[in-house]
Ligand binder design. Structure first.
Ligand SMILES: [Zn+2]
Length: 157
């Protein structure tokens, strides 16, 4: 039951107040958009929450109530895709699918290409370390890797 029984105009303002969910970025990027594709910079403070905050809200309040407070596209999208931490292949597939195969939607194609070339360059500069980390992941033994602080790299998980 709404405490704000307004007509179509009120409905619009209520829709504008729906909360959105951050689209988890690839680990080397910063968050810039919501799961529904809106730039975060265009939304008011407090109207964008992290995936984990949204999931906690769903757990505490129930999924049915979420549609009263959250953008439906954000909810559907965040439940459809895995995070990088859960499955980096799924997350990368999402990125490539969003970009569009064959350059149909190539807005981010140059960025993704530059990132892949940067990763290639870093791997070639640190081949031994790369092979060590890769082998640990294949063994499911990433916690056995020593913590490296000599190059100021980010968190690997
Ligand atoms: Zn949204």
């Amino acid at each position: 039951m709404s405490s704000d029984p307004k007509g179509p105009e009120g409905f619009e303002s209520k829709q504008a107040a729906l909360m959105h969910i951050e689209r988890p970025p690839l680990p080397w990027r910063t968050v810039v958009s919501t799961e529904c594709g809106r730039p975060i910079s265009e939304l008011a403070n407090g109207l964008v929450v992290t995936v984990s905050a949204a999931q906690k809200w769903f757990k505490d309040n129930g999924a049915r109530r979420a549609s009263l407070f959250f953008c439906v596209t954000c909810c559907d999208t965040t439940n459809r895709w895995k995070s990088w931490q859960q499955d980096p292949v799924d997350r990368m597939y999402r990125e490539l699918q969003h970009m569009g195969w064959g350059g149909r939607r190539d807005k981010n194609r140059a960025l993704v290409g530059a990132e892949l070339r940067a990763i290639e360059a870093l791997v070639s500069q640190h081949r031994e370390e790369f092979e060590e980390i890769k082998a640990a992941h294949l063994r499911g033994d990433i916690k056995a890797l020593p913590v490296r602080t000599n190059h100021g790299g980010g968190n690997l998980d």
